[in-house]
Write a protein that binds this ligand. Sequence first.
Ligand code: ASP
Length: 327
Amino acid sequence: MKRLLLLATGGTIAGCADDSATLNDYTAGVLGADALLAAVPQLQGLATISVEQVANVDSADLLFAHWRALVDRIRDAFTADLELAGVVITHGTNTLEETAWLLQLLIDDPRPVVLVGAMRPATALSADGPLNLLQAVQVALSSDARGHGVLVVMDGQIHGAQRVTKLATQGVRAFASPGSGPLGWVDDVGVHLPTASGPRQVPFAGLDLPEQWPQVPIVYGCVDPEPLVLSACLNAGVAGLVFTGTGAGQLSAAERSALEAWRGKRPLMLRANRCGTGPVHSDSDDERLGLLPAGSLNPQKARVLLLLAVLAGWERSQLDALITASP
Ligand code: ASP
């Protein structure tokens, strides 16, 4: 039988409520990885799955230290066991897309890394976690999943790490890939994915993650934005900054003036957007203000990229080249 590694981090898939009709008022990250596996007896016939508990938290409480542990463990596992078929990660849905994108930028191996979560706690009537976990394992075992990068399996859909996002607070169909749609799907006939198109670029494959991470806040655009947010970030000497601009990533005149007037060291800065769909393109003021458009990355993924770029000591031009090559 093929071998898989399951890394558990918590989330609703491991969450428990007092009552099976309770879908919202529950505690995430309660059940251990063994209990998640035990809820899906069909897994025993599919693969030999070794389980490790990396964390057991609500994904809003994940820390950079957890990310570092996950990355180190996946790299070690792939290096140590050339026959390992893939890795499945159980994760809270709230920040799942950030972890997926982080791994996509760091893990250089064609074998599948699949993230999965649930919208209903394990104690719920019609809990979605067990089927999602079964389907995530099916995808991780599929040779068609090789070379696609990091994948997210939720409600039968297979999403790529770059585009996937959580778009709904309720309901099992909470994930989507705006602008592109899912890469494929999984059902009881099998895994349906096109063959991956050649080797993919892993820009931070050689980057070792440190204990201390840089400060990279997100500033959210709105009518008459409070100026103290931006000035507090600049005065604190943040290493990077993501603007969630309005429309196609637009900053207010006040924010632009504050950037123009800033005489300190300029952080690496990305302009993302708050629309949810569609790219941010460069504009004529970007260079002067030290900004870069974030392409189609949503603000939270732009931040992940920026964190890694700062850690790797990248220049603005390297970041620009990466975003332009993979918009
Ligand atoms: N609060 C949960 C978390 O992100 C939500 C979920 O798992 O769906 O951990």
